[in-house]
Ligand binder design. Structure first.
Ligand SMILES: [Zn+2]
Length: 263
């Protein structure tokens, strides 16, 4: 029992900035390899837009936010957490109102979400939010919960000896192309709130205006008043609570931005 306890403690880490405790049993390096494979597959099966103004915006804003994240992690000696990341930002031709970021920093924006973003700040709201899911290892945490549910205490051995088959299965459930990337990965409300907050901090550090975030989520929310709720909003809780939480967190994001602004 003591061994189990110690393993659990060793697998228990803290999310940067929010300080929330989380259990991640899967090696991030393993996840990154699987992400890369799935990302390649997705890009080969979808129409990737290259060289347009919008494709360039997605890349530029993604890179700015990734640079801000890395700068913060380095300054706080947390860079080991994201050492396996190899960022990529692609725009895909699809009317879906959605965007996602897989473990390791593999981002896709669908053209359908761009009109709702309106401008660079709006795009940065979505980018910050999706990047936050990845750097806060929400996928790993969710898979680890699945692993513990399936294997019980035995799952804890994964912390020391990897179980590639189990990990692969959980990964495919969460991110596999058949599961419609991102769409069927409904993060918990806890993860969504955390991604909202971290996203605000990251976008602000990268020089974007976090004051624009509540209006973006209001536009998303207004869309869901239509016949069919857009995918992005149906997989992301939308409520007045969310906007209120964002507004309350803006001063915190600005404080981080003042301290860690990119030169
Ligand atoms: Zn989300």
């Amino acid at each position: 029992m003591l061994v189990v306890f110690l393993l659990l403690v060793s697998a228990c880490k803290k999310v940067a900035i929010t300080g929330r405790k989380q259990v991640t049993l899967i090696k991030e390096s393993e996840l990154v390899v699987m992400s890369d494979q799935e990302y390649r597959k997705f890009l080969s099966q979808n129409k990737v837009i290259k060289g347009t103004k919008d494709a360039e915006r997605v890349q530029r804003i993604g890179k700015q936010i990734a640079d801000a994240v890395e700068h913060y992690y380095r300054r706080n000696k947390l860079d080991a957490k994201i050492k396996d990341f190899a960022w990529e930002f692609n725009l895909v031709q699809d009317s879906l109102v959605n965007a996602w970021c897989m473990p390791g920093g593999k981002v896709v924006f669908y053209t359908g979400i761009l009109p709702i973003c309106e401008d660079d700040d709006g795009l940065a709201v979505v980018m910050g939010h999706e990047v936050a899911h990845a750097v806060a290892q929400h996928g790993n945490e969710r898979m680890s919960q699945g692993m513990m549910a399936q294997l019980g205490a035995a799952a804890l051995s994964v912390a020391t000896t990897s179980q590639p088959e189990q990990t692969q299965n959980l990964f495919m459930q969460a991110y596999g192309a058949g599961a419609q990337l991102g769409v069927l990965l409904p993060f918990s409300r806890k993860h969504e709130t955390e991604a909202d907050r971290l996203g605000l901090v990251f976008m602000a550090m990268a020089g974007f205006n976090p004051d624009k975030a509540p209006a973006f989520w209001e536009r998303m929310s207004a869309l869901s008043g239509g016949k069919e709720p857009p995918v992005f909003i149906s997989s992301h809780p939308n409520s007045k609570t969310r906007v209120a939480d964002l507004k309350a967190y803006i001063p915190v994001a600005k404080k981080y931005a003042a301290e860690y602004a990119q030169p």
